[in-house]
Design a protein around this ligand. Structure first.
Ligand code: G6P
Length: 613
């Protein structure tokens, strides 16, 4: 239509020119009139050709030259509405593909030259850019990576204690893109623009944070209620009863719709966009996104366990949740067992075909691939020089007057086995009195979801247990348990991980548990021992850890003893093996594999059927 319009316009202009010319020609002597008419016709023809053909071709040639010479981005193409519109359109797509292919080839060459076999931020950036053809990444997670809070009249930025944030922040920093999250800080609004957007990390921006605003009532129902009093205990099965209230469910649906609106606004103008939806807060989002943008590639990563079908089936809205998740093209869990549980749940609850060969669900003419992608961490910054003295400094600063220091780093959550951990320390001291006065567990405990009664009760229980055990053993300024209950940033936690003789991860159930991997990644000295619950995803990847059943207090107490008395060579062998695993399977590999899988999905623009390659 626009092409036609331009043509009509140019012919109208030519006709007007011809009319004016004819009028002028009338004044020319008859002998020269024929020549004058010929000149007029040629002038009009030249103008038409110049406007509709020569100028666009010139612009196109200049643009192709720019692409050939390696110009970045998308240079403005000549007007696609002109006579050459269709040709211009095709050539601009060709040029775009050329520049993408060139960028990918250069990145590959750089990687080959560096002999890179490990995943680094640079490699992830190159691979993602190639896989997505330069399209930006869009991540949706309830928790934001940077939260602005008001403290004592000043605005501070804090990084929330969340395994999800630990894992995804380095990925966004490496690849760029947008992170859509709930703006939950009390100074979040005034630090973002009118659309809730702000570039982050605040000190050196690399990607965009898009905050979504929820009312206190919505947050109560969607986040505290349905997500954390319903789905969280439902999926962890640690004998805390889930609550499913219809009013929370209504807020969960509304919040998912609210996030869908924000994400769709971010995807505006991007062809075949790629969205990575995170966690149990957004089970309905994949279906909502696909309905609005069938050309989008939608991946979901479920960061917590998926229980067996009987356990999941107690949720009154299990079919709606499953249907929402099956809107995704790829659904990832940490381990195969959670994928199997999910597929069995779908098999029993929905009309669908579960393909156990490919681990996919076929439903309503499309497929969702269900695969394990064990999440991980990035490498911490190198330790400061003089690490030996730093070790003593950390203990002294923490007020630890003991020869041996263990560390635990957790949100205060009933899934983390904190009470069991404290009781294991008590049992260890009972059984090994020689360690009384010589061993302290420093428990870094980030307050979490304190609004929920079960969490409040747990805080009280932890205080009481720590007080009871300390009262039983403490003497001369020493105590066995140092409970540091406040938010600690990563930079504050790292020295503890490096200085500890052992790290205790005793979750009663955990999708992965990244503290275990962070501890291992931080031990560049190949020293230190890891006590790890066998009910974490991490236990499957780190068999060299001292694996325990956290419900078995005696076994955990024995593991503490073994960790302290283990021959140094054996300790170093175990740590080196774990470090190798975490180094080779870091979070960049996780993101690279997940996004590559998603990029392989064929989507049909405007259509509904899509197939997995
Ligand atoms: C788990 C969840 C994350 C969550 C984190 C912290 O790791 O999988 O989605 O962000 O806990 O919990 P919070 O409720 O504070 O975000």
């Amino acid at each position: 239509m626009r092409t036609k319009g331009r043509l009509v316009l140019s012919f109208a202009a030519a006709a007007a020119l011809a009319a004016i010319g004819s009028h002028l020609i009338e004044g020319v002597p008859a002998a020269h009139r024929l020549t004058a008419q010929a000149v007029l016709v040629s002038a009009v023809a030249v103008c038409l050709v110049w406007w509709n053909v020569v100028a666009p071709l010139d612009q196109m040639a200049a643009w192709l030259k720019a692409v050939r010479l390696g110009a970045e981005g998308r240079p403005p193409a000549p007007d696609p509405a002109g006579l050459l519109g269709p040709l211009v359109h095709e050539v601009s797509r060709l040029g775009q593909s050329l520049s993408e292919a060139k960028a990918a080839a250069e990145a590959e060459a750089r990687l080959r030259a560096a002999g890179a076999s490990e995943w680094t931020p640079e490699r992830l950036k190159a691979e993602v850019s190639r896989a997505l053809g330069g399209r930006p990444l869009c991540v949706v997670a309830n928790r934001e990576p940077y939260m602005h809070v008001r403290r004592g009249g000043k605005i501070e930025v804090l990084t929330p204690a969340s395994g999800l944030v630990t894992a995804l922040e380095p990925v966004l920093t490496a690849c760029g893109g947008t992170w859509v999250a709930h703006g939950g800080g009390d100074a979040d609004r005034e630090t973002a623009d009118a659309d809730g957007r702000l570039p982050v990390p605040p000190e050196a921006p690399r990607y965009m944070l898009r905050r979504v605003w929820l009312t206190a009532e919505q947050e109560e129902g969607y986040y505290y209620g349905f997500s954390n009093e319903g789905l969280w205990p439902l999926c962890h099965i640690v004998h805390t009863r889930p609550s499913f209230r219809p009013e929370d469910w209504a807020h969960y649906q509304a919040a998912n719709a609210e996030f869908a609106k924000a994400v769709l606004a971010e995807l505006d103008g991007v062809r075949e966009p790629c969205v990575l939806v995170q966690d149990y807060h957004f089970a309905l989002l994949p279906r909502l996104l696909k309905a609005a943008r069938p050309d989008a590639r939608v991946g979901v990563f479920w960061h917590i366990p998926w229980p067996n079908p009987e356990a999941f089936g107690i949720c009154p809205w299990q079919r709606e949740l499953l249907d929402g998740l099956l809107g995704a093209d790829v659904l990832g869990f940490h381990v195969q067992a959670h994928c199997n549980n999910f597929l069995e749940t779908v098999d029993g609850a929905l009309e669908s075909r579960v393909d156990w060969e490919r681990f996919a669900v076929q439903r309503l003419g499309r497929a969702t691939l269900v695969k394990p992608f064990p999440i991980s961490v990035d490498a911490p910054p190198p330790p400061p020089a003089g690490a030996g003295s730093a070790r003593e400094a950390v203990r002294l600063a923490a007020g630890v007057h003991a020869e041996f220091m263990a560390v635990g780093v957790d949100r205060v959550d009933y899934t983390k086995g904190l009470v069991e951990r404290f009781r294991a320390v008590e049992r260890f001291l009972e059984r090994n009195p020689a360690y009384v006065g010589r061993f302290t567990l420093v428990q870094i405990a980030a307050p979490s979801r304190t609004h929920i009664k079960r969490y409040g009760d747990l805080n009280a229980e932890l205080d009481a247990e720590a007080a009871r055990i300390n009262a039983r053993f403490a003497a001369g300024g020493w105590s066995p348990l140092a409970l540091r209950r406040r938010h600690h940033g990563r930079a504050e936690v790292l020295p503890f991980l490096r200085a500890a003789d052992l790290c205790m991860v005793t979750s009663l159930h955990d999708g992965m548990n990244l503290v275990a991997k962070e501890y291992v990644a931080s031990r560049s000295d190949d020293d230190g021992a890891l006590i790890l619950s066998r009910f974490t995803g991490a236990a499957r990847e780190l068999p060299e850890a001292l694996l325990v059943n956290p419900y078995d207090v005696d076994q955990t107490a024995d593991a503490i003893h073994y960790a302290l008395e283990i021959p140094p060579l054996e300790r170093a062998r175990r740590m080196a093996a774990m470090r190798k695993t975490v180094r080779e399977h870091n979070v960049y590999e996780w993101a690279g594999r997940f996004i590559a899988e998603l990029a392989r999905v064929r989507v049909r623009e405007g259509g509904h059927a899509r197939a997995l390659v």
